[in-house]
Design a protein around this ligand. Structure first.
Ligand code: HQG
Length: 189
């Protein structure tokens, strides 16, 4: 299992951030040829084969990876930072409530600049509070922002949804953000 986690992290690194590290080519939609990935991984001492890749993709907790219908290609569905990938995603009407989970130490900066994508191509948003809190706790004490998606949508901001359900948008300016007071129970949102 530990080996699976390590290889999954390796796949995230290569398919989202640094394909050049093993000399791999991704197309604009993020697809890599599985045969090329396996060969390049093996050349860098990562013991990857087709069967292991299938298991890792299927068992991945967040469904981070997708294999093409013909079984020949693989990609990360979101989270990219590499310029090799410029996914053309359709714009969708977002749900009424979307949340962003972050750490308390980022609150001041977020309330000044809004949510920015940083290294990645998009700001990541969740429909589900628990998921957002889990995302936030990776960096410290988790806190939640509620996004005023109806107003953003009305004002022409685009939203996309990755194949694993994560919502994506380029930037969330401060006027659309409210910090949720988690000490209040029975809140509607
Ligand atoms: C914060 C994981 C200061 C932002 C998760 C976050 C997600 C600001 C951090 C996916 C800021 C960026 C993405 C501002 C945003 N000032 N800090 N103005 N605006 N931030 O990891 O959203 O496991 O790039 O709140 O589940 O945490 O990798 O983004 O804390 O879906 O598949 O800057 O990564 O998925 O951190 O997480 P990240 P994220 P995986």
């Amino acid at each position: 299992m530990k080996e699976h986690t390590q290889i999954s992290k390796f796949l995230s690194l290569i398919l989202r951030h640094k394909p050049e590290q093993i000399g791999l080519q991704l197309d604009q939609e993020g697809w890599a040829k599985i045969a090329e990935l396996i060969e390049a991984a093996q050349q860098h001492n990562v013991p990857l084969d087709e069967a292991l890749l299938q298991v890792i993709v299927e068992q991945n907790d967040k469904k981070r990876f997708q294999i093409s219908e013909d079984g020949l290609m693989i990609r990360a569905v979101q989270g990219h930072s590499t310029n090799m990938v410029q996914r053309q995603m359709i714009a969708l009407e977002p749900p009424q409530y979307l949340y962003h989970g972050t750490a308390s130490r980022f609150i001041d900066s977020i309330q000044t600049q809004g949510l920015i994508a940083g290294q990645r191509h998009y700001v990541h948003l969740s429909e589900n509070k628990e998921t957002a809190l889990n995302v936030g706790q990776r960096y410290g004490k988790p806190v939640l922002f509620l996004i005023n998606t109806p107003q953003m949508y009305k004002n022409g901001f685009e939203f996309h949804q990755a194949e694993n359900g994560v919502w994506l948008t380029i930037h969330v300016p401060t006027q659309y953000l409210s910090l949720i007071d988690q000490t209040k129970t029975g809140s509607l949102v």
